[in-house]
Design a protein around this ligand. Structure first.
Ligand SMILES: [Zn+2]
Length: 142
């Protein structure tokens, strides 16, 4: 997909105020976690109000790094009993082990790092399985 090029600001309505910017650093605060600083970002932002959009690549970078950040922080406080193995996760979500890894890498399934292993968090899995079931109910016809 092509990146949309903004000219007028959709937030404040200023004309020709949107500028591409590179090498940006963003400090992100997730509630319940220490702040994280992410650099090397790019996007288009308004000269007048500062509103703007990250590029798709930057959005993916933010999602990936936030997921990692959560994982590292969670691994300090989540106990072993709260964790599920990837195999358990696959069974619960009715997907393959590879599918579970993909969801974790995409930031769709929270996990913690136990050593160098990624382990899904049990309560998030249950939540995820429930959402999946609801989606299946919403779109029954094929
Ligand atoms: Zn603006």
């Amino acid at each position: 997909m092509r990146e949309k090029k903004w000219i007028d600001c959709p937030a404040c309505g200023a004309k020709k105020s949107m500028r591409p910017q590179k090498e940006l650093t963003e400090r992100i605060v997730l509630s319940g976690y220490p702040p994280i600083q992410i650099d090397g970002l790019e996007g288009q932002f308004c000269d007048c109000c500062g509103e703007g959009f990250w590029s798709r690549a930057s959005e993916r970078r933010i999602t990936r790094l936030l997921t990692q950040h959560r994982a590292v922080e969670d691994s300090k406080r989540v106990v072993a009993a709260d964790l599920a193995s990837v195999r358990e996760a696959a069974a619960l979500l009715h997907i393959s082990v590879q599918g579970v890894h993909k969801m974790m890498n995409d930031g769709r399934l929270p996990f913690v790092l136990a050593g160098d292993r990624k382990m899904p968090i049990r309560k998030d899995l249950t939540q995820c399985a429930r959402e999946k079931a609801q989606t299946a109910i919403s779109y029954p016809a094929r």
